[in-house]
Design a protein around this ligand. Sequence first.
Ligand SMILES: Cc1cc2nc3c(=O)[nH]c(=O)nc-3n(C[C@H](O)[C@H](O)[C@H](O)COP(=O)(O)OP(=O)(O)OC[C@H]3O[C@@H](n4cnc5c(N)ncnc54)[C@H](O)[C@@H]3O)c2cc1C
Length: 388
Amino acid sequence: MKAIVVGGGIGGLSAALALQRRGVEVQVFERADGPNTGGAALSLWPNALRALDVLGLGEAVRRHAALGGDSGIRRADGHWLARTQLGPAIVARFGDPLVLIARRRLTELLLAALPADAVAFGQSVTDVVVGSRSSPATITANATRVEADLVVAADGVGSVLRSGLFPAAPGPRYAGYTAWRMTVPAPGAPESFETWGPHGRRFAVLPLGDGRCYCYATAHNLADRRLDDERDELLRLFGSWHRPIPELLATLAEGAVLRNDISELPPLPALHRGRVALLGDAGHAMSPELGQGACLAIEDAVVLAALVDPTDPVDTPTDLERYTRSRLARTTMIGRRSRRAGALHNHSTLIRHTAARAMNRVPARLIARGLRPVLDWRPPPPGGAEPR
Ligand SMILES: Cc1cc2nc3c(=O)[nH]c(=O)nc-3n(C[C@H](O)[C@H](O)[C@H](O)COP(=O)(O)OP(=O)(O)OC[C@H]3O[C@@H](n4cnc5c(N)ncnc54)[C@H](O)[C@@H]3O)c2cc1C
């Protein structure tokens, strides 16, 4: 069985590794000239760690920083609105921590587990023919046509392949806010916190356990505003907030800030057509409120590889129907939860701070229990039953 994966992000590389471990011959086509080394950090939750176990990378990832001890929500003047021991409660409930890992490190681990020539860089895919039981799928990359039994479209939120598969489906829409991400040196290991300021603004600090911390910030309705240097924007929005936020911003090097106007994809009618499967953000891009986008892309990869039968490529279109049945409801449910979580920040500061104080009264074990539909996921056995 021969598969082509379009896109060498976390989703595409995970899919290539999962398929290769099932004995499928895989080639990744990535339009960039080399691996993506940016992207600051990622939170990987217990569901993703279980999927990474299937890829043989679970233990290597678990070695990275885990959310432990106190974390909480603060006001812009530094006053704590809520403090919780969510990290330990997640371990107690799900048997695994919430891991924070540099995105670059995860990419390196995935690439190192693949054959050296698995990814063809500088290959932009412009077109796909979905194929059927009796005909292969075909992609066009750099004006050359290539056939495969299976094509995995992992080309991100702006997926060209998705538009080809579902031309009538609405594309991604702006979620109403912008996010910035950065990794900065943080001597003295600050605590983990998210600060909620006026106008829906947020700034979070999460130690990476190696003398650096991962920070993200959000602000509403700035999609039309572009600056040459996003550091200036961050200083304008957050420079007068409590310590250590201004000190961390002051250490930022030029170009060290990654900015995204957040988009969400309305649910698609299916996650496949013919011999083409949509995976990761290409199929279900969502707001990052729950930190699940990459986790779900890794889950997708493991489920897809479990459901295809490498010895019977004729049946791949039927296997992909099972893939849609396994993944569409779950990814739609998590996208909806993520949108709901973000909606709180459309309200006034008074309402948001009241909500944070209310959270302070909820025991961490109950917060962890509320995450069960998202985190209590298990991979299917190879070729076996569809996952719950
Ligand atoms: C602010 C923010 C914070 C986030 N935090 C988290 C988090 O903590 N935890 C988490 O799990 N998720 C998080 N996410 C979500 C996560 O980043 C994404 O869900 C994940 O990276 C999607 O991976 P992907 O491989 O599907 O897509 P991408 O990472 O977008 O990769 C797509 C790849 O396809 C390539 N490509 C595109 N078009 C073509 C083409 N035509 N031909 C060939 N190649 C092509 C691109 O160059 C790219 O390499 C966050 C997102 C944001 C914006």
